[in-house]
Design a protein around this ligand. Structure first.
Ligand SMILES: Nc1nc2c(ncn2[C@@H]2O[C@H](COP(=O)(O)OP(=O)(O)OP(=O)(O)O)[C@@H](O)[C@H]2O)c(=O)[nH]1
Length: 334
C-alpha cells in the first residue's frame, strides 16, 4: 500500500512540472528557514523567530494544498506572493542580512507563476525593500542592491522562458504527428476516452469520421514519396480549414485520418463528410488525376465504449472501400 502510494507520488512529480517545482522550492525553503527560526529563538529574537516559523508553516500549507487539490497554478501564484511578502518582512526585521533572502525569492517567482505576474511581484518586492529596509542607507548600497536584483530577475526570466518554451515543444512532439502537424494516435486515444466520459456526464453528442485516401500507394509509386507527403500535408490543412475549432483531426496511420466532432448530430455529420469528399476531390491533386478518399462515420451511442465506437467507424470505412472507394458509409444509417 505504502509502496503504491509512493509510486503514485513519484509519477505525479515526474509528470507535473509545476507540482515538482512547488515541492522542490517548498522543501528547499523549509530546510533553509526552519534552522534559522530555531536560531532566532535561541538568540531571543522572538519576532524574527515567529516570522520564520509562520513563513515555514505557510509554505508547508501551500505545498500540501497543491498535492491535495492538484491546483498547482493557483498554489504556485499564492506561494510566490507569500514568499515575496516574507522577503520584505524579513528584510525589514533583520538589519544587514535580511535583504539577502530576496535573491532566491526573485528567482523562485519565475518558476512558481507566469512571467508577467513574476515581473510585477519582483518589482513590488524590490521597491518595498528599498522603501522599508533600514540596512540600505547609502546611495551606493541602494544602487548595488537594486542592480543585483534586476540582474538576478532578468537571468531567471530568460531561463524560465526558455524552459517553458522547451517544455511546450516536448509536449507538442509527444502529441503531434511530425509530418502533418495533426494530432497523433496517442492523443486520439485520450481524446476519444474524454469524449465518451463527457457524453456520459453532460450528454454532448459526438461524431467520428475515419477517412482514408484511395490508392495512395499508386501515387507514391508513380510520383514519389515526397509528393505523397505533400498530399498528406495538404489534406490536413484542408480538413482543418473546413471544420470547426472544436473539431480535432488525428493521423490514425499512414494515409488514414480520424476526425472527432463534438456537438454534431446525424445531419451535421453527413453535411461535413459530404462536403469534405467534394473538397478533397477538387482541391487535392496528384499530377495526372484527382485524389479521392473513402469515409466511414459513426455517432457515439449511449453507454458505448470508445473502442466499439471506433470499430464501428472503421468497419464502415472498410465497407466504403469494398463499395469501390470514393465512397461514404454512415454506420448509423444501416
Ligand atoms: N508519402 C507517404 N506515404 C506514406 C506515409 N505513410 C504511409 N504511406 C504510404 O501509404 C500507402 C498505403 O498503401 P495501402 O495501405 O495499400 O493503401 P492504398 O494504396 O491507399 O489503397 P486503399 O487504401 O485500399 O485505397 C503505402 O504505400 C505507404 O507507404 C507517409 O508518411 N508519406
Amino acid at each position: 500500500m505504502a509502496t503504491m502510494k509512493l509510486k503514485v507520488m513519484t509519477e505525479r512529480l515526474r509528470t507535473d512540472f509545476q507540482l515538482s517545482i512547488i515541492t522542490l522550492l517548498g522543501a528547499a525553503a523549509i530546510f533553509g528557514i526552519v534552522p534559522f527560526a530555531f536560531y532566532r529563538f535561541l538568540e531571543h529574537n522572538y519576532l524574527a523567530g515567529f516570522t520564520d516559523a509562520i513563513i515555514s508553516l505557510g509554505i508547508v500549507i501551500n505545498v500540501v494544498y497543491a498535492w491535495y487539490t492538484g491546483e498547482t497554478e493557483r498554489s504556485g501564484f499564492v506561494l510566490a506572493v507569500f514568499c515575496c511578502i516574507a522577503a520584505v518582512v524579513i528584510s525589514s526585521l533583520l538589519v544587514n542580512v535580511g535583504h539577502m533572502w530576496v535573491y532566491p525569492v526573485l528567482v523562485a517567482t519565475f518558476f512558481l507563476t507566469r512571467p508577467t505576474a513574476a515581473i510585477l511581484l519582483n518589482t513590488a518586492t524590490i521597491v518595498s525593500i528599498v522603501i522599508y529596509t533600514t540596512s540600505l542607507q547609502s546611495t551606493e548600497s541602494l544602487f548595488a542592491f537594486f542592480t543585483t536584483c534586476v540582474v538576478v530577475s532578468a537571468c531567471a526570466f530568460i531561463f524560465a522562458l526558455r524552459n517553458e518554451h522547451q517544455r511546450e515543444e516536448m509536449a507538442n512532439l509527444a502529441r503531434l504527428d511530425p509530418l502533418t502537424g495533426a494530432r497523433n494516435r496517442r492523443s486520439m486515444d485520450d481524446a476519444l476516452k474524454l469524449a465518451v466520459s463527457t457524453a456520459e456526464r453532460v450528454g454532448t453528442t459526438y461524431a467520428l469520421v475515419i477517412l482514408d485516401l484511395d490508392y495512395f500507394k499508386r501515387i507514391n509509386d508513380k510520383h514519389g514519396h515526397s509528393l505523397g507527403d505533400d498530399i498528406l500535408i495538404h489534406l490536413t490543412r484542408l480538413v482543418d480549414d473546413s471544420t470547426r475549432q472544436t473539431d480535432q483531426l488525428f493521423r490514425f496511420g499512414g494515409e488514414e485520418f480520424v476526425l472527432l466532432m463534438p456537438g454534431v448530430d446525424l445531419q451535421g455529420m453527413k453535411a461535413v463528410v459530404y462536403s469534405l469528399r467534394q473538397k478533397i476531390r477538387y482541391k487535392l491533386r496528384s499530377p495526372d488525376s484527382p485524389v479521392t478518399a473513402s469515409f466511414g462515420a459513426a455517432l457515439l451511442h449511449e453507454g458505448e465504449t470508445w473502442e466499439s465506437w471506433l470499430k464501428r467507424a472503421d468497419d464502415a470505412l472498410y465497407r466504403a472501400k469494398d463499395a469501390g472507394r470514393d465512397c461514404i458509409i454512415i454506420d448509423d444509417e444501416d
